[in-house]
Design a protein around this ligand. Structure first.
Ligand code: ATP
Ligand code: MG
Length: 425
C-alpha cells in the first residue's frame, strides 16, 4: 500500500520551502517595525470558543470545522482562524487589565474543510495581527497600513484596498431590518443559501457570488446611509488617516466580511490578477464585542488575517523574483580510505565555524565528488588526498575562478573566510 498526503494538504519541500521562509522573514521584519509581538496559541481549542468567537451563522462554523471528541470526551476543533485563540489568550492571561493597547501577531497553520483549489486548502497558513484595547481610528489605519507594508515588502504592486463600515449594535439592527425587507421582495429569485440566511444573517446576502443574487444586491440599501452618530464619524476619520498616510483605497459598501464578530471598519485587500474564487488576499476589520463575548472586559480590537498561499500565488502572478538560496560554502573532497576520518574532522571544524559544508557519503571517486560539489553550487572545494594528509594540508579550489592553492589545515578556516569575502566583492 502507498500513502499520499490528505486531500487539501501539501508537503513543503526544500526548494519550495525557501519561498515560504522568505515570506515569513519579511513579515517578521514588518511586524518588528510596527512593534507587534508574536503570540503562539494552540493548534486546537475547545469547539465552543469558535462557535462563540467566529459565530454560529458563518460558513466556518456551519460547514468547515475539523471537530472531534478527544479521548477524554472533550469537544475539540483544529483552529480554523487565529483571532478567537489570540483573544482567548489575551483574556486568559489578563492582558485586558494591563496597559493597553496590546499588539500581537501570529503565523501558522489553520484548518478548514473546503473544496481544495488554487489558493484554497484544507490545511492552509495565515499570518494575522490583533491590535487590542483601542477604538481610535488611527488603530484601524495602522492595521491596514501594516497589511499593505507586507504586500510592498514582498514586491506586490497590483493590490486594491477596499474598505467599508458594517456598523455597530446601534445602527446595524435598523439596517438589518431594511435589508430583510428589501430581499423579501425578491425572495423568489434568491439562491437557497441566501434564502436560508435571510433572517439569520442578511448582511451575508450582499456577499453572495451567484450571478442572480449579485444582480439583486446591486439595488439593496447601503449600510453607509444608516451609520449612527458614532460609526459615521469613525469611518470618516479612518479614511482621513489613510489619506494622510498616502494609502489609496476605495469604499465598497457591498463588502461585508464572513465573520460575525466584525463591527464598524471592514476591509479587504484584493489581488487584481487572482481568479475570482480566491482573489481576497488580506481580510480584516474591527471587532468591538469579541473580547467581552469571550469573557474579558468590554474592550475593542481590530486586526486582519492573510493567507500565505494566496500571498505566494500573487507573487507568482506578478513575477516577483525570490532571491534563491545560494550554494554551499565548501565541499570537502576526500580521496582514499585513509583520509576518511580526517575529512569528517575537517567538515566538523568548518561547520562549527559557520561555513555551510558538505562531504561525500556515497564512497564516490574523485570525479563523482567534484560533480556532487558542482551540483550543490559549492563556492570552494577542499581536496584531501593521502599526500595532503601526510603534509597536514588541503588543496583549496575556488570554483568560480578555478584558482587553486595548497593550504595548511590549521589555516583553512582563515583562508576560506578570505576566499568567500573576496568573492562577494
Ligand atoms: P473566502 O471568502 O476566500 O473563503 P474567508 O472570508 O473565508 O475567505 P477569512 O476567514 O477572512 O477568509 O480569512 C482571511 C484570509 O485567509 C483570506 O482572505 C485568505 O487569504 C485566507 N484563507 C481563508 N481560507 C483559506 C483556505 N481555505 N485556503 C487558503 N487560504 C485561505
Ligand atoms: Mg471562506
Amino acid at each position: 500500500m502507498s500513502f499520499k498526503a490528505p486531500r487539501g494538504t501539501v508537503d513543503q519541500l526544500p526548494g519550495e520551502v525557501e519561498k515560504w521562509q522568505y515570506v515569513e522573514d519579511n513579515i517578521r521584519a514588518v511586524c518588528r517595525a510596527f512593534n507587534y509581538g508574536e503570540v503562539r496559541t494552540p493548534i486546537f481549542e475547545h469547539t465552543e470558543l469558535f462557535r462563540r468567537g467566529v459565530g454560529e451563522t458563518t460558513d466556518i462554523v456551519e460547514k468547515e470545522m475539523y471537530s472531534f471528541r478527544d479521548r477524554g470526551d472533550r469537544d475539540i476543533t483544529l483552529r480554523p482562524e487565529g483571532t478567537a485563540g489570540a483573544v482567548r489568550a489575551f483574556v486568559e492571561h489578563k492582558y485586558d487589565k494591563q496597559p493597553l493597547p496590546t499588539k500581537w501577531y501570529y503565523m501558522g497553520p489553520m484548518f478548514r474543510y473546503e473544496r481544495p483549489q488554487a489558493g484554497r486548502m484544507r490545511q492552509f497558513h495565515q499570518f494575522g495581527i490583533e491590535l487590542l484595547g483601542t477604538k481610535e481610528p488611527a488603530a484601524d489605519a495602522e492595521v491596514i497600513a501594516l497589511a499593505l507594508e507586507v504586500g510592498r515588502a514582498l514586491g506586490l504592486t497590483q493590490l486594491r484596498t477596499e474598505i467599508n463600515s458594517v456598523g455597530c449594535h446601534v445602527c446595524r439592527p435598523v439596517y438589518r431590518e431594511e435589508l430583510i425587507a428589501y430581499y423579501t421582495k425578491h425572495k423568489d429569485a434568491l439562491c437557497p443559501d441566501c434564502l436560508a440566511r435571510l433572517h439569520r444573517n442578511p448582511l451575508r446576502l450582499l456577499d453572495c457570488k451567484k450571478e442572480r443574487c449579485r444582480a439583486i444586491s446591486k439595488d439593496a440599501p447601503s449600510i453607509l446611509d444608516y451609520l449612527c452618530d458614532s460609526c459615521e464619524p469613525h469611518f470618516a476619520a479612518v479614511q482621513a488617516q489613510l489619506k494622510a498616510m498616502d494609502i489609496p483605497f476605495v469604499v465598497n459598501d457591498r463588502m461585508v466580511r464572513g465573520l460575525d464578530y466584525y463591527t464598524e471598519t471592514a476591509f479587504e485587500i484584493v489581488g487584481e490578477g487572482l481568479g475570482a474564487q480566491a482573489s481576497t488576499i488580506f481580510a480584516g476589520g474591527r471587532y468591538n464585542n469579541l473580547v467581552r463575548e469571550i469573557g474579558g472586559d468590554d474592550l475593542p480590537g481590530v486586526g486582519f488575517a492573510v493567507g500565505l498561499e494566496r500571498l505566494l500565488l500573487a507573487m507568482e502572478k506578478e513575477g516577483v523574483q525570490i532571491p534563491s538560496a545560494v550554494g554551499i560554502d565548501c565541499y570537502v573532497v576526500a580521496i582514499g580510505k585513509a583520509t576518511d576520518d580526517k575529512a569528517s574532522a575537517l567538515v566538523q571544524t568548518l561547520r562549527q565555524n559557520g561555513f555551510r559544508t558538505e562531504r561525500d557519503y556515497m564512497a564516490r571517486k574523485m570525479k563523482g565528488q567534484m560533480k556532487a560539489a558542482n551540483r550543490l553550487n559549492a563556492r570552494t572545494v577542499a581536496i584531501l588526498g593521502e599526500d595532503e594528509l601526510a603534509r597536514g594540508t588541503v588543496q583549496v579550489k575556488q570554483l568560480a575562478s578555478g584558482g587553486q592553492e595548497e593550504v595548511p589545515v590549521d589555516n583553512l578556516v582563515h583562508y576560506l573566510q578570505q576566499c568567500l569575502e573576496q568573492e562577494e566583492q
